[in-house]
Design a protein around this ligand. Structure first.
Ligand code: KDG
Length: 335
């Protein structure tokens, strides 16, 4: 009898080893939450990621994206991931500082100068360092996509100098570093979830907000604003986050598909973000908004005014995180 059981067990083990990889792929549905509209470049990334997943799973997975905060705001959605009740969120890092304060490093004013630096920082050792902080919060960061360089829009006046910020009622993300930055600039800053911004601008509850051109365009903020100033005061990434409680139920092959296909989405999304930016700016101008650059001497005064945010934020972000980002950026810049 023992011989028969041993033989049967060997046969089962042999089959499991020999089973085609597809046997490790189950039927699954992945819901994706985010706050922007589908015609934002994130939509391009999601479409590319979805096609990659369809090919890799032979159609076994269904991807459902929910746009314009329809599943809740960024922080609410991230909390759902942590509890295992939602699979994925594509969110700016900024509102998630309530979960991991170190993410505030990306909100430091004028930290990054261009997209090349951003890609090198996020796709290199520093991005890995930040991603490794997520599992303790029941989150898995699959990839960094691009929110982009943020510019101020408002309905009061062109902002051409530090003084022009004075008294402006500006919505900022729910993040103390952005709050400190815009209070230091002299504004009356109000933290607010992204999904509330359009109505607050439309009703006049606030005068201003700050976002990349592609967001000002695709979320139609230009319909309720009059001025846009090319401040480029911060570059914020999108985090493509997955629920760790759900991720842990996936086979190794399924987990690899998530990493590989969000990487495919990253390439497409970043390209779309950068190619659409100029089109978005033109649509903003065509809508009649007054768009201005800020002279270098005025920008220098603005940068100097907010330099103190770094020191005031060091404790919340973590001195080691700031030291790490500075050394990584020095290496990227060849300094
Ligand atoms: O879900 C999309 C938001 O995370 C993103 O648009 C956040 O930039 C943002 C803002 O201003 O709230």
């Amino acid at each position: 009898m023992k011989t028969i059981i041993t033989t049967s067990l060997a046969a089962v083990l042999a089959m499991s080893v020999a089973l085609p990889a597809s046997a490790q792929i189950s039927d699954r549905t992945i819901r994706i939450a985010n706050g922007i509209a589908e015609d934002h470049p994130v939509g391009d990334g999601v479409a590319a990621m979805t096609q990659c997943i369809a090919d890799a799973t032979d159609g076994a997975w269904t991807i459902n994206a929910f746009w314009s905060s329809s599943l809740g705001d960024d922080l609410q959605s991230a909390q759902s991931l942590r509890s295992g009740t939602l699979e994925m969120v594509i969110s700016s890092s900024s509102p998630l500082v309530a979960i991991e304060p170190a993410l505030g490093v990306f909100d430091l004013p004028f930290l990054l100068s261009n997209e090349q630096e951003a890609d090198a920082l996020l796709d290199g050792a520093f991005g890995d360092y930040i991603a490794e902080m997520m599992p303790e919060h029941n989150l898995v960061n699959l990839s960094f996509w691009e929110n982009g360089f943020r510019n101020l829009s408002n309905s009061v006046r062109p902002v051409e100098s530090l003084a022009d910020f004075d008294g402006m009622r500006v919505r900022v993300m729910q993040n103390n570093i952005f709050l400190d930055t815009f209070q230091t600039l002299g504004t009356n800053a109000t933290p607010m979830a992204f999904g509330e911004v359009f109505t607050a601008l439309e009703t006049g509850a606030i005068d201003a907000q700050e976002n990349p051109y592609v967001t000002i365009d695709t979320s139609r903020f230009y319909e309720v604003q009059d001025y846009v100033s090319n401040t480029r005061h911060a570059y914020t990434p999108f985090m493509v986050l997955f629920s760790k409680p759900i991720f842990d139920t996936y086979s190794e092959e399924e987990q690899q598909i998530l990493y590989e296909c969000t990487a495919v989405g990253q390439t497409v999304q970043r390209e779309a973000s950068r190619s659409l930016s100029d089109e978005s700016l033109q649509r903003i101008k065509d809508a009649g908004l007054e768009v201005n650059d800020i002279a270098e001497d005025a920008m220098a005064e603005i940068r100097d005014a907010v330099a103190g945010v770094y020191e005031r934020s060091a404790d919340s972000i973590g001195a080691d995180v700031i030291e790490r980002v500075n050394s990584e950026l020095a290496a990227i810049r060849g300094q």
